[in-house]
Design a protein around this ligand. Structure first.
Ligand code: SAH
Ligand code: TMP
Length: 404
């Protein structure tokens, strides 16, 4: 049985997806694909309450000098991070504050601190996206954040008022080292503010495509509180975020240094009611996932039999789980359109579906577009008005398989 990365206790997996490629390993059609595969499987530890992968992919296989995901490809996310920066800045006091971000990618969040002339540092191991951040004036070091990195940062820059992270804490298997490092780096009264996809939303929406190699953990308040307490930290505030299909922002401080906001016990009660503490909840989720796995390819095969063309929209990391788990290959989805230049002209991992530019989609639109980037639905549906007005339809599978 696998062992919990937080508590060390043995736990049972509740859902297996089979062999998967690395979710962001887009490949050049002229070269053979990297044959690396791993068993994608998730389980729930009743002791730490943490939902997590049972097998890990080495981080240097996922985060390197050609990491495919650039944060700044969505206008909606740019607005989200502008607001995130404003809320952090509003809480900064004292002279010459210093803010550190873990997993700062292309600087989508820290640019607002850089533009305001505030002391900041991004810690971003993927060298290509780190370079994009530097190019727009965001101070960035290229390394994995852990306790050693925190020590080095504190020695060079002094203690931090705030340590931030978005969609990165859930990527890091060695969270004990990360939290020790954060504790060491923070000033007295300093805060760790991070947000990640929320397991409550994943369960409620059956958004199983959040499960892939990079996402080691699927957090709840219960699991984050358990982890925090192991390090003398406490969750002092929580706030839902309407991004990535439903995220939660957690604010942590050293125990006793800050008052606990009413949002914390309120969410704890909600999680109790939703059954996020119980293995049965995840068993039920696994059954719902199997239903989507049957219904989605069945719909695609039916459309295909009717002679309709279907393409994909958004070559997301999430789409790698969907295509490979549901058996969606280029005979069912002709191509996937994506705005990221580095993904265009490549093949999707495993399923080997060609990725094309939005222009190719506009010039040769299909009858149906399978919305892999469903978390950006509002932005995309607004942008693709013409496609829809001319009779094009979007297909989703979250929270259920349907034609929009
Ligand atoms: N914060 C951005 C990027 C999220 S993608 C956003 O929300 O859009 C996750 C990022 O975390 C990647 O850029 C990856 O290179 C980085 N990362 C992965 N492991 C890390 C670690 N241990 N320390 C710091 N960054 C890490
Ligand atoms: P994400 O779901 O991890 O944020 O990834 C979104 C992907 O979708 C990314 O590769 C960019 C792409 N995308 C588009 O192609 N068109 C769009 O309008 C948006 C918002 C994203």
């Amino acid at each position: 049985m696998p062992q919990c990365l937080i508590s060390g206790a043995a736990f049972e997996p509740f859902l297996s997806f089979g062999e998967m490629p690395v979710a962001n390993a887009f490949s050049d059609p002229a070269r053979p694909e990297d044959p690396f595969r791993f068993e994608l499987e998730v389980g729930f530890c009743p002791e730490s309450k943490m939902v997590q992968l049972t097998r890990l992919v080495d981080e240097t296989r996922m985060f390197h000098d050609h990491y495919a995901f650039y944060s700044s490809t969505s206008a909606g996310m740019a607005r989200h991070f502008e607001a995130f920066a404003a809320s952090v800045r509003a809480g900064l006091g004292g002279e010459d504050p210093f803010v550190v971000e873990i997993g700062s990618n292309d600087g989508i969040l820290l640019r607002h601190f850089a533009d305001a002339g505030l002391r900041h540092l991004g810690v971003e191991p993927s060298a290509n996206v780190a370079e994009a951040a530097r190019a727009r004036g965001v101070n960035t070091i290229s390394r994995f954040f852990d306790e050693d990195a925190a020590r080095a940062i504190a020695a060079e820059h002094g203690p931090a008022d705030a340590v931030l992270g978005a969609n990165v804490m859930c990527h890091i298997p060695y969270l004990h080292s990360v939290l020790e490092g954060v504790k060491r780096l923070l000033k007295p009264g300093g805060v760790l503010v991070f947000e990640d996809p929320y397991v409550g939303d994943i369960v409620r929406k059956t958004s199983f495509d959040q499960i892939y190699d990079e996402h080691v953990f699927y957090f709840s308040l219960a699991s984050v509180s358990h982890l925090a307490a192991m390090h003398g930290l406490a969750v002092v505030d929580v706030a839902r975020q309407d991004v990535h299909g439903g995220s939660m922002r957690y604010t942590l401080a050293r125990e006793g240094e800050r008052p606990v906001a009413p949002s914390v016990p309120a969410l704890a009660a909600e999680e109790e009611a939703a059954g996020l503490h119980r293995p049965e909840t995840y068993a039920r989720f696994a059954r719902e996932v199997q239903r989507v796995r049957e219904e989605l390819p069945a719909l695609l095969r039916r459309l295909r039999a009717e002679g309709k063309r279907v393409t994909g929209y958004g070559a997301t990391s999430k789409s790698t789980t969907v295509t490979n788990f549901c058996g969606i290959t280029p005979d069912l989805v002709e191509y996937i359109t994506d705005t990221t230049p580095g993904k265009q002209g490549m093949l999707s991992p495993g399923a080997r579906i060609p990725v094309v530019s939005p222009r190719a989609f506009a010039e040769d639109p299909p009858e149906y577009a399978l919305l892999f980037a469903w978390n950006h639905a509002a932005e995309i549906l607004a942008k693709e008005k013409t496609f829809r007005e001319e009779g094009g339809r979007f297909i989703t599978y979250v929270p259920r398989v349907e034609i929009l």
